[in-house]
Structure formats: C-alpha cells, structure tokens
Design a protein around this ligand. Structure first.
Ligand SMILES: Nc1ncnc2c1ncn2[C@@H]1O[C@H](COP(=O)(O)OP(=O)(O)OP(=O)(O)O)[C@@H](O)[C@H]1O
Ligand SMILES: [Mg+2]
Length: 239
C-alpha cells in the first residue's frame, strides 16, 4: 500500500505527501486532509519563492533598517506605497535620484524582496550596464527574443545605475526597446545619479533621450535621495 500511495502522490504531484504523509498525526479524516493540504501548499509556496528569488538577481540586502530621514517622497507617495509595491498595481514607475551611497540600490532591493515574499511577483534586477551588455550579446547571437520574453513575464524591472556609464548607440537603442516594451504594462524602478537634463550623456541622442524620459515619467513618481553617502559614513565609523 505504501508504494501505491507514493505512486499516486507522484502522479498527483503531491511531493510533500509522497515522502511525509505518515508523519501527520490526526484524529479524523478531515484533520488529516487539512494538514496534508496545508503542508503541500506551504511547500509549493516556498519553492515558488525560492525560484523567484533565484531569478530576480537582487543584490544582498544588508539586513539593517532603511533610514528614510533623507528621502524626499513626491506628493501622494508614502513609504507603504513603495515598500508594499502599490505602484505596481497601476504599472507606475519609480525614479530614484540621488548621489552615491544614499540608498537607491538598497531601497530598490527591499521593494523587490517584498514583491517576491509578500506577493509572489516575478521581478528582475539589472544594472543598466549588465542589461545592455546582455542585450548586445543576445543581439549578436540573434536571440534577443529570449531576453524580451523573459522581461515580458516580469511585474517589475529594476534598472540600477543609469548614468555611471555612457551607452553606445546600439546599446542605447536596445535599452529604449526594453523601456518601450514595459511602458504601461509593467513597472520599472530606475536609479540614477543624473538629472533628466543630463540623461542625454547616457543615451547619446537627444531624440532617443526624450523618448525614453517621456515613457518613463508618464506614470511615475520621483524619489529624491538627498543624504550624504552612507557608504562613506559606514566606513568612517568602522575606522
Ligand atoms: N537610507 C539608508 N538607510 C540605511 N542604510 C543606508 C541608506 N542608504 C545607504 N545605506 C547604506 O549604504 C550602503 C550603500 O547604499 P546603496 O548601495 O543603496 O547606495 P546607492 O544610492 O545605490 O549608491 P550608488 O549610486 O553609488 O550605487 C547600503 O548598503 C547601506 O548599508
Ligand atoms: Mg547603487
């Protein structure tokens, strides 16, 4: 009977039950089934979360609390709206603007983690440079479609560090295609140290730059990180 149960559990894809059903202690059939279903669901959710985390490519979060004291939120925004991913419900974008070490990557990582843990949403974190490199490489190999399909499945795309490295013409155009594809159908968080007026230096072409900014800011919120570098503060404190 044991092997028969295992065989059926396998066919029904009840992977927890297959190995562990005999561990359940219950006084009634209902209680037995309830516990079995709960364990099965719990294990599936854990597996899904781990998969989403592995796919997301988020940097390691430091584990310390986020300090909001130097963060300026645009009107109508609050911490919960950002952290709980409310902006994602309306496919809005977030633009994180500020100097080095002010928490842009940290906050976008926290938002990404919440989206996965609380809501099981697929997200992906890229630095702009790494995404553009992947796009260029895929373009050379003729499999650009694969990246596009991957991004199409996301609810949130995080593009970190726009502005540190200027893009070549083809890289800028490919990045524009991604931003266009996401326009009004998913959310983007973009972090940058540059004001919009300087984005031209990254994209290299004023018309393309205008088209990018237009799409990004249409349904978006600006968050300004105005503090001094926390990285610097932390390393000074350690000495
Ligand atoms: N608001 C904050 N609250 C708590 N810690 C912070 C905050 N901002 C920065 N830090 C600390 O400083 C480190 C660097 O922050 P982060 O990488 O988010 O900066 P950044 O704005 O992305 O900088 P860069 O533009 O150089 O990439 C974080 O890992 C964190 O430890
Ligand atoms: Mg950063």
């Amino acid at each position: 009977m044991n092997t028969q149960i295992q065989e059926y559990a396998k066919r029904l894809k009840l992977s927890w039950a297959r190995e562990h059903y005999h561990e359940i202690k219950a006084d009634s059939n209902e209680e037995f089934l309830l516990q079995l279903f709960e364990k099965e669901i719990q294990q599936r959710e854990e597996r899904k979360t781990n998969l989403l985390l592995a796919q997301a490519g988020l940097p390691n979060a430091s584990g310390k609390p986020f300090d909001w004291s130097e963060i300026v939120l645009a009107k109508g925004l609050n911490q919960e709206y950002l952290l709980d991913g409310k902006f994602m419900e309306k496919q809005e974008n977030l633009i994180f603007y500020g100097g080095v070490g002010t928490g842009k990557t940290f906050l976008s990582t926290l938002i990404g983690l919440n989206a996965i843990h609380k809501y099981g949403k697929p997200i992906k974190f890229y630095t702009v440079a790494s995404l553009v490199n992947q796009l260029l490489e895929a373009n050379d190999k003729g499999n650009l479609n694969k990246i596009f399909k991957k991004i199409e499945k996301l609810d949130l795309l995080i593009l970190d560090e726009l502005g540190y490295i200027p893009l070549h013409k083809q890289g800028a155009e490919l990045l524009f295609q991604i931003i266009s594809m996401c326009y009004e159908i998913k959310s983007i968080i973009i972090t940058t140290n540059l004001q919009f007026g300087q984005w031209n230096h990254v994209f290299g072409d004023p018309i393309l730059t205008e088209a990018v900014i237009d799409r990004l800011i249409h349904h978006s919120h600006l968050v300004v990180f105005k503090g001094p570098s926390n990285r610097m503060k932390e390393s000074l404190l350690q000495n």
